[in-house]
Ligand binder design. Structure first.
Ligand code: GTQ
Length: 346
């Protein structure tokens, strides 16, 4: 399986003949298809928020959120340029909504997450409910849920968007429509979903399962407090520090069906090498440090974003205690029985 059999003139003539009939001999391509280990064009890469921010402010002078529909700069993986991909299966971008702007209501088959980077008090409306966004909040827009964004504050608002766009594209399952209005009708109190589902309680007849969380804003304050309590209560994991996954209270599963989301507290110092089959997009919330990914090194501080490709060994080295938010396609891989991890230097 390592390399294809030698090519003889007879074989070559045969390949050319069957090529016209839309056929290919498996043995000529097998080694690139069924690889002994994950082989990906996805590369380790980092973006400094300062650079993203100044490009976005420039974009803010060129187009409104309304005209753009979503004013976003896509963070394209250098190994996957021109494909709007940050990893092979996931898309990430940074969205800017300026004071007074709205990003009009639409819905699509793709699931979206927002992780707030800068600004406080702008809103996302999802399925008839507004949620106010603050730095470090993790917000979900479920598939086919109407959503619009608006900024009634006096400061620009930046957030990281994570979507399963490449995955949905691979499956040819994209549907999308606009509402034809800037803002959807608000039918629920702000914070209602969190009040009903975010406190170990839920309406008695709520379903005991469902592929997406009914909570659509997981506030940073609570995630951060949980990390702090966890730190007091147990030793850190050598690969992850103290790490939490965001869950769906209906069944304890992933908050979103296609994207796994995580938050971790790293103690100062280096982690033990770790690799997993889910390529991961990270953003730093607090602290600073660097990550060694294979033979590459990426330095990061607050709001910077970086990518660890599938099966590349990573060592995070926090210069001081640091908090990282991350997302990957792990729920999909787990459902398909494909997800694997390896700890340590092997
Ligand atoms: O906010 O709805 O980055 O539809 C890409 C597509 C954001 C959004 C993106 C989208 C959105």
């Amino acid at each position: 399986m390592d390399k294809p059999p030698v090519e003889t003139p007879e074989r070559r003539a045969f390949y050319e003949k069957i090529d016209k009939q839309n056929m290919t001999a498996l043995w000529t391509v097998m080694s690139g298809l069924v690889t002994p280990e994950p082989k990906s064009d996805c590369r380790p890469v980092g973006w400094r928020f300062d650079e993203i921010r100044s490009a976005m402010i420039e974009a803010g002078g060129l187009i409104t959120a309304k005209e753009a529909e979503r004013r976003v700069l896509i963070l394209e993986n250098p190994g996957l340029r021109g494909q709007s991909k940050t990893t092979t299966s996931l898309y990430a971008g940074v969205q800017l909504v300026l004071p007074g702007e709205v990003a009009p209501a639409h819905r699509h088959a793709q699931s979206a997450l927002r992780f707030v980077l800068e600004g406080s008090g702008a809103y996302t409306a999802v399925s008839g409910e507004k949620t106010v966004m603050r730095p470090g909040d993790f917000v979900i827009t479920p598939q086919m849920a109407w959503h619009d964004h608006g900024n009634e504050t006096d400061a620009p608002m930046f957030w990281l968007d994570g979507l399963d766009i490449p995955l949905v594209q691979f499956l040819d399952a994209s549907f999308a429509e606009g509402l034809g209005e800037d803002c959807q009708e608000i039918t629920r109190e702000t914070g209602q979903s969190y009040a009903e589902f975010g406190h170990n309680l839920m309406p008695v007849d709520a379903p005991r399962g469902g592929n997406v969380s009914p909570i659509f804003n997981y506030p940073y304050e609570e995630a951060r407090a949980t990390l702090e309590t966890m730190k007091r209560g147990q030793p850190h994991d050598p690969c992850h520090g103290w790490k939490l996954r965001y869950t769906n209270p209906l069944d304890g599963g992933w908050a979103m069906p296609t994207i796994g989301t995580f938050i971790q507290l790293l103690p100062a110092g280096a982690t033990t090498p770790y690799r997993a089959t889910d390529a991961t997009v990270f953003t730093c919330v607090e602290g600073r440090g660097k990550s060694r990914i294979g033979d590459e090194e990426i330095a990061w501080g607050p709001k910077d974003i970086f990518v660890v490709p599938a099966w590349w060994p990573v060592v995070h080295e926090a210069a001081e205690e640091a908090v990282l938010f991350s997302f990957s396609d792990r729920p999909v891989q787990e459902k398909l029985g494909l997800w694997r991890e390896r700890r340590g230097n092997v």
